[in-house]
Design a protein around this ligand. Structure first.
Ligand code: C2G
Length: 130
């Protein structure tokens, strides 16, 4: 059995999120998703996500491609999470290309291309402007 792990905030869930989840799932038999916690987002981006971590976990857990979800408490804990969930593959969006190569000693590291022209930030701007 091949376990894939991926991470993200997945705020205001959109088709770019769905596609990366589906492509990650296709790389193995079991997909585990680390959803960035609210505290991590405040530290990282200086603001609370639109949807709480509870809501974001609930959405991710309901997806057909997702087998397990957990809260990602810190960006620095990837090695621990990979070990804890016995992941064989780490998938990240290619905006992180090269950043996690050091984890290649314990798993395969794959960067997937992002879906162009869609982002949570752009969606928030679009909704605010209407
Ligand atoms: N994504 C995508 N295409 C988009 C937008 C997002 O493929 N147009 C992907 C990202 O590459 C990522 C996932 O969707 O793989 C989640 O995106 P974000 O919520 O923006 O995640 P991010 O803030 O990059 O995660 O440990 C990582 C952190 O949790 C950060």
């Amino acid at each position: 059995r091949r376990t894939v792990i991926t991470f993200g905030t997945f705020d205001v869930f959109h088709v770019g999120h769905l596609r990366v989840i589906e492509r990650a799932a296709a790389l193995g038999d079991r997909l585990v998703v680390g959803v960035s916690g609210d505290d991590l987002n405040v530290r990282k981006k200086g603001r609370e996500p639109v949807f709480s971590q509870h809501e974001r976990l609930e959405i991710l857990a309901a997806l057909r491609s997702v087998d397990e979800v957990f809260v990602e408490e810190s960006l620095e804990l990837k090695r621990d999470y990979i070990t804890r969930y016995a992941a064989d593959v780490l998938v990240m969006g290619d905006d992180w290309a090269g950043r996690f190569d050091e984890l290649g000693d314990i798993c395969e590291v794959v960067y997937l291309p992002r879906t162009p022209a869609i982002s949570t930030t752009a969606l928030i701007e679009k909704i605010s402007a209407t």
